[in-house]
Write a new protein. Sequence first.
Length: 452
Amino acid sequence: MTISSPTAALAQRFPRHFVWGVATSAFQIEGAATADGKGESIWDRFCRAPGAIADASNGDVACDHYHRLEADLDLIAALGVTAYRFSVSWPRVQPMGHGAWNEAGLHFYERLVDGLRARGIAAHLTLNHWDLPQALQDQGGWGARDTMHHFVDYARGVARRLGSRCASITTHNEPWVIAVLGHQTGVFAPGYKSRTLALQVAHHLLVSHGMALQALRADGCPAPLGIVLNLTPVYAASGSDADAQQARIDDGTSIRWYCDPLFHGRYPADILAHHGADAPVVQPGDMSTIAQPLDFLGVNNYSRHIASASGPWDAQQGGLPLTEMGWEIHPAGLTDLLLRLQRDYQPRSMLITENGGAFPDPLQDGQVRDADRTQYLAQHISAVADARDQGAQVDGYMVWSLMDNFEWASGYAKRFGIVHVDYETLRRTPKDSALWYRGLLQQWRNSAARGN
Ligand code: IFM
């Protein structure tokens, strides 16, 4: 058989069952911050703190996805993807975080899931992509064990309503980010600055994940269940012992601290010692609760991390191209990461739940010529194929993001979408990368039809 182009050759490396998607989250695209009974989230509140968001923006309108659902579903379908990853806004469906449900909010997600199904697209639902109800934050947020129990009730309610129509349910998106950026460095909501609190929050997120899996399985939820971690492979800056030790700590605090409890039911001993008195309070039974069997591990990966004992690594030093976020572009790191996860944890299945880049993306004559993003995607998809060829069980890949959106503390200035959003008119314009992705999926369909 002739391989007519690099894209066809790439497409051919993936099997028929492979999941191809695009991803978003509720707060970043929905807008409609107070519509139809939605409650306040910690991000609604945080955006109002002076200096919290680079461009002083907020999520009140965002991409106005809440009011443009049908058109956005058509946009997703036009890309030719087989999957769409989205999150449910907890305060939209349960404004106070416990107790009364908001029927209008639930109905929105019902329309979303049904609209995807009608278009032949699998719905991948995330329960917590950071927008905790402010009412729960007022009672201690993720620092309080009560929040874990409220999360389980929320997860149950959503899964009972939507679970049978979803291809997967994820408990939390990136617990490291919630814990560290939200509670240690304070650059994300809710904006605390305490390592002790951050470690307790991370623990409660993990325990609540395990509790939710137990509850959903007891309820007979048919959707595969998992968690999404942000995982960045760590490399030592040099061959020195000091840099190697720093790499072990950085890897331990960001990767092993989450994967060891999830897969092995224990925190890594060296990192427990490293955290010392800041280590979390662990109650009897917590560790076995965390280690529920995962149907899949969601992997979010964007870059690599260089560990240096002499202080933070300057990305300029690496000689690699950088994205607009200042993150190094290092596709081989994704292969390394997936092989390492396979070796150390043997997940049943891995999905790349986020991968992509922010680039300048000027809109000129109705087009965005984002060759840099296309190259980024092609290189990383190829890196996934390399990992699969060497035995990593990776069953899907989702681009972050479907469209430009609210990039948290960076506001709207950083654009990750393969679809451009004009924030004046809210008009959506597929970028060149979207057309490339659609072409890749077409080639994959062709090769799958030929039985490759
Ligand atoms: O936009 C975020 C997303 O919400 C979580 N993962 C990383 C993305 C890019 O920063």
